[in-house]
Design a protein around this ligand. Structure first.
Ligand SMILES: [Zn+2]
Length: 340
């Protein structure tokens, strides 16, 4: 029998994995810029494979790839007619792979770029987009909903209301792109407190910041709420001078976001360290966002004390010809040139 998200969170840390759009872009299946997950209909095997890689690496939740699969975005790329098929198929694929292990399926909605706190009419536009996306997701079979990368508390509350209307547990996370508050002016901890008070089972932060600049925001959120807290940073080396992946610059001064971030990628060891740190700070849902690879997820799972399917191939550097104890004279000659 599979445990629900609330049961799992009550029993210990839940490990999540996201970043599907970035990784499938890197693999040549999604166009950078619009970042619409057309891959769901065009190359479903590519989506299936990435779900499977995250599952084998220890992810306990398969997040349906419906990020940016909403009406506004599909209109931008001329595929509005595919909206329903794309949303339904994304959930079906996530379900299919979740059943290969013991993972849950999350429906997924995100910031719409249509919300304007000063224009009440946009509330209805956003609500309609969430209602149709999540309606299809529920029909295909999801266990809970992740509403993520929210810039506005107001928009996040609409997603929460729609999710609660469907009778599903809600995880709602904010995109910490600003120094300390949402774009509609709520400190992150206060926004999380309001989301929890309005019935979210899990609240927190995801995307934009790497571990180094995400971690300092955790304590305030943990203190503000009694419910579960989720934190899913990007695996990039953000720092106080460039606190988000959008503000990272190459040595020549060019913006690295979103397709030249490679030199800033965290190692698996850094992400493993983050997983431990997050658990220590009381985070219940520890994850990773844009830029994630299965090697990061496996290292995080193992840091949390788990053995996962992909652990079968975890590093054994003692078996590497150059690093083993009984290195031959010939190999030792190679090693000295490596160390030069
Ligand atoms: Zn992300």
């Amino acid at each position: 029998m599979s445990f629900s998200i609330t049961e799992r969170l009550a029993n210990g840390t839940v490990l999540g994995a996201e970043g599907y759009v970035f990784e499938l872009e890197r693999r040549g299946y999604i166009k950078a810029g619009p970042f619409v997950p057309e891959v769901v209909l065009d190359f479903p095997d590519a989506v299936r494979e990435l779900h499977r890689e995250f599952l084998r690496a220890g992810a306990e939740v398969m997040v349906a790839l419906t990020y940016y699969a909403h009406r506004e975005k599909l209109r931008d790329v001329g595929r509005e007619a595919d909206l329903e098929a794309m949303n339904r198929q994304a959930v079906r694929i996530a379900r299919e792979v979740a059943r290969e292990g013991d993972a849950l399926v999350a429906g997924n909605v995100c910031n719409t770029w249509a919300y304007d706190p000063d224009d009440p009419a946009t509330r209805q536009t956003v609500r309609a987009m969430y209602t149709e996306q999540l309606g299809w997701a529920v029909e295909e079979g999801i266990d809970f909903v992740i509403s993520e990368t929210n810039d506005y508390l107001g928009e996040a509350l609409i997603a929460l209301e729609v999710t609660r209307g469907l009778g599903l547990p809600a995880m709602v996370t904010l995109a910490p792109t600003q120094p300390d508050r949402t774009r509609d002016g709520y400190e992150y901890a206060e926004a999380c407190r309001i989301l929890a008070a309005e019935g979210a089972q899990v609240v927190g932060l995801n995307c934009d910041r790497g571990p180094q600049t995400m971690v300092p925001l955790i304590a305030g959120i943990r203190e503000a709420v009694d419910c579960a807290v989720a934190v899913q940073p990007v695996p990039y080396r953000t720092e106080p001078a460039a606190p988000t992946m959008e503000t990272l610059r190459s040595p020549g001064g060019e913006r690295a976001f979103p397709i030249a971030l490679d030199p800033f990628v965290c190692t698996r060891f850094e992400m493993a360290q983050f997983a431990l740190q997050a658990r220590e700070l009381g985070v219940n849902y520890v994850g990773i966002c844009c830029g994630a690879g299965p090697h990061h997820v496996r290292a995080m799972a193992e840091a949390l004390g788990r053995e996962v399917p992909a652990s079968r191939y975890s590093p054994s550097m003692d078996l590497h010809p150059m690093f083993r104890a009984d290195v031959s004279a010939k190999d030792a000659a190679f090693l000295s040139s490596w160390n030069a």
